[in-house]
Design a protein around this ligand. Structure first.
Ligand SMILES: O=P(O)(O)OC[C@H]1O[C@](O)(CO)[C@@H](O)[C@@H]1O
Length: 449
């Protein structure tokens, strides 16, 4: 135990019988078998299962070197990507590093500022970012498995032009790092022509499962986080997920319990955290589960709240609204930074009863009180305990969720490794933008607008 990520569904006991768990255990064991024997739908996208132990060591060393170079020659790194080519890195940097990473002094941070771009089509956002960079030295890590995704492609055009104007074409090429398919796609072609250093998104790893490839690792390494420890955490979680029996297997139990709850009409899972630094872990998790399970008119809708913040906005609904949800709490046990509440001579705010207590005690009391209140309000509560705010814990958590997602998706009866639904908006957008080849669709859509 100690430094391991664990799962506990004891607080949901009144919603789930032991018989149900027993019966679902068999089903998830079958799903696990389908997953690890690579005999199910989407089985050409299972490279993530062995990544923590079978990653490309030569590339890993190149990632570390590139991170050192970026740190030595750039004040800013712009990371361009969307979805799985963005969320894992942002989740890790925000969880592992300073809460005010980009604005804390360079002496504290020691590494370049990191900004994420290409995750929207907002011109305002890009022009504000250009202003923030100013005339400072910067580098770009452009990440796109397909190499053709519109949002990052537009942002890359902008920053490539900016780099080339500032440094000239040859020097700019040394500041562009492209993470993409090993041989195909527009970005790979451009990188080869222009001589950018490239990193690979393996063929058999889908975007939302790619955080432990160069996709996540390069920006995470630039932030100064220890990517070796991150991989160690993932490797240990992999061993446990593959080898531990159901009674000791967190991701298997999580996959089982969420499928039991879904079958009882709990169609929404709310991932709740009590640390603002987990916000983007939840965003990463939402893509992982949303794209993997939301298909064939099925699935659990993954939602998230940051607590206690959202108890003052969404708390009413969770406590008392439609009873179609369950909650999974991410509980970080070990909080490093301690702020002790002081005593006031006059107790105007009535807080003197907390004098001498640290904020983590207050936060954990809020968490425990909320779990019981929500349970009383008929929201089944599950808990994933994260032992520390460190790389080893996060590596485990990433793998825990990925493994559970594969098992859960097969249990639901879908292909967890495709995402056919995301093409529909793209088709319409291309038609409305007048992309060649979409003329007929454009005419139809224009009539409907
Ligand atoms: O890395 P790419 O190919 O740019 O894709 C980014 C994201 O876009 C999607 O393909 C959806 O359009 C996601 O699955 C993926 O994570």
């Amino acid at each position: 135990m100690g430094n391991k990520v664990t799962f506990d569904y004891s607080k949901a006991a009144k919603f789930i019988s032991a018989d149900e768990v027993k019966s679902m255990e068999r089903i998830v064991e079958q799903s696990k078998e389908v997953l690890v024997s690579k005999s199910g739908a989407g089985n050409d996208f299972l490279g993530w299962i062995d990544l923590p132990v079978a990653y490309d060591k030569e590339e890993f060393a190149r990632i570390q070197k590139a991170a050192e170079k970026i740190t030595s020659d750039s004040e800013v790194l712009v990371v361009i990507g969307i979805g799985g080519s963005y969320l894992g890195a942002r989740a890790a940097v925000e969880f592992l590093r300073h809460s005010f990473y980009n604005v804390v002094s360079k002496e504290v941070r020691k590494t370049p500022e990191i900004y994420f771009a290409g995750n929207s089509i907002s011109g305002r956002y890009l022009s504000d970012l250009i202003q923030v960079i100013g005339d400072r030295d910067f580098s770009v890590n452009v990440i796109s498995k397909s190499g053709t995704t519109t949002e990052p492609a537009i942002a890359f055009r902008v920053f490539k032009e900016m780099l080339e104007k500032k440094y000239g074409k040859a020097e700019a090429a040394k500041r562009i790092y492209a993470t993409t398919d090993k041989s195909r796609g527009a970005l790979k072609k451009l990188a080869t022509e222009e001589g950018y250093e490239t990193f690979v998104v393996p063929d058999d790893v889908g975007g939302r499962f790619s955080v432990l490839t160069a996709v996540g690792l390069l920006p995470i390494a630039v932030s100064g986080a220890d990517i070796i420890k991150l991989m160690e955490g993932a490797a240990d979680a992999r061993k446990d997920a593959l080898e531990k029996p159901f009674a000791e297997n967190g991701p298997m139990q999580y996959a089982a319990v969420r499928n039991i709850l879904l079958r009882k009409g709990k169609q929404i899972e709310v991932l709740a955290n009590y640390e603002p630094s987990l916000h983007y872990v939840s965003e990463w998790w939402k893509q992982l589960y949303g794209e993997s399970e939301g298909k064939d008119q099925k699935g659990i809708f993954p939602a998230s709240v940051d607590l206690t913040t959202d108890l003052h906005s969404m708390g009413q609904f969770i406590q008392d609204g439609s009873r179609n949800l369950f909650e999974t709490v991410l509980n970080v046990t070990d909080s490093e930074a301690e702020i002790v509440i002081g005593e006031e001579p006059v107790d105007l705010d009535g807080l003197n009863y907390l004098a001498g207590k640290n904020m983590d005690f207050v936060n954990k009391s809020a968490m425990n009180g909320t779990i019981l209140a929500h349970t009383d309000g008929n929201v089944p509560n599950l808990m994933i305990t994260v032992p520390g705010q460190d790389e080893y814990s996060l590596g485990q958590l990433f793998y825990f969720f990925e493994f559970a997602c594969g098992v859960s998706g097969y249990t639901l009866g879908v292909n967890p490794f495709n995402q056919p639904g995301v093409e529909s908006y793209k088709k319409n957008m291309f038609a409305l933008l007048g992309k060649p080849g979409y003329e007929a669709e454009r005419e139809e859509l224009m009539k409907r607008l």
